[in-house]
Write a protein that binds this ligand. Structure first.
Ligand code: MF3
Ligand code: CO
Length: 291
């Protein structure tokens, strides 16, 4: 619930401007949506331009790290080698890998191969084989700002089925992005993602999704793709979140690794693919802050 402040009081965002010249108009509009029964963002979900600048800088490192992985990834490499590239590139650019020690996660990046849905842990013993598909999920902290994005890589020649899954999962991101606009709904984005996956005979994991990001690694709101238009949280300028659907060739059900407590696998052993962007809602659409 938005706390009322006086029109002539300084805006809560720290801009130094009077509330009436800063966030008031937008918040009055948010309150009208709330009165109609919609879920609306709280103030901490709305980033200031300075904060978005910070997340954008963090995102540049995240992109550079993924570019470095893209350049070097090849068959015969271990996923620990990927972890080394991520750690070295991130720190060389002045950042910190956000996954490292996050809730006990032991490495700097998640590497999820074939039937691994997400949160694969890099290891010397996991060697990339010709024909594998792998998600490399990179997250960076820079000057206190968090960014988060991931890409799929095809290792050498992969089967037509796998190539298609990777392509469609990427297209899902584009379909979702097209729905990101102020005064739209998160459910518009989710439905577009889900629809595209379903149209190709795939499923989308329901219980693991995206999240607000920027001042923390994982912030509210939770971002689902199993949604319908006109539902879920209202999108307003300044919100920053990830779109990161896990698209499965078979069932959307999954199991967690009992030994390491992290890695998620498809229940049926079929392949899974995921791309992830960090996106900001702008005055007239969206801005990708990391991909
Ligand atoms: N990068 C993942 C995400 O997209 C989160 C990984 S948590 C970790 O939200 F601890 F495994 F890194
Ligand atoms: Co994420």
């Amino acid at each position: 619930m938005i706390k009322k402040i006086g029109r002539n009081d300084p805006c809560w965002c720290g801009s130094g401007k009077k509330y009436k010249y800063c966030h008031q108009k937008m918040e009055d509009k948010i309150l009208r949506y709330e009165a109609e029964g919609h879920i609306v963002p709280t103030r901490d979900m709305i980033k200031t331009p300075e904060q978005i600048d910070g997340i954008r800088e963090s995102g540049k490192i995240n992109v550079a790290v993924l570019d470095a992985v893209a350049e070097q990834i090849r068959p015969g490499m271990s996923t620990q080698d990927i972890d080394n590239i991520v750690y070295e590139t991130t720190t060389r650019l002045g950042g910190i890998p956000a996954p490292l020690n996050y809730e006990g996660f032991p490495k700097s990046v998640c590497t999820s191969i074939n039937d691994e849905v997400c949160h694969g842990i890099p290891s010397e013993d996991i060697i990339l084989q010709e024909g594998d598909i792998i998600n490399v999920d990179v997250s960076t902290i820079y000057k206190g700002y968090f960014s988060d994005s991931s890409r799929m890589f095809c290792i050498g020649e992969v089967s037509e089925e796998r190539r298609r899954l990777v392509e469609v999962a990427k297209e899902c991101i584009q379909k979702g992005l097209e729905q990101v606009k102020p005064w739209g709904f998160m459910g518009d984005m989710g439905e577009a993602v889900h629809r595209h996956a379903l149209d190709h005979g795939y499923s989308v994991v329901a219980d693991i999704g995206g999240h607000g990001v920027g001042l923390e690694f994982h912030e509210d709101p939770f971002v689902s793709y199993v949604t319908t238009r006109g539902t879920e949280i209202l999108l307003v300028p300044g919100m920053v979140f990830t779109i990161e659907p896990m698209v499965n060739a078979g069932t959307d059900e999954f199991v967690q690794d009992e030994d390491n407590g992290w890695t998620i696998y498809t229940y049926d052993g079929e392949d899974s693919a995921q791309w992830e962007v960090t996106v900001a809602v702008t005055e007239d659409g969206y801005e990708i802050l990391a991909w």
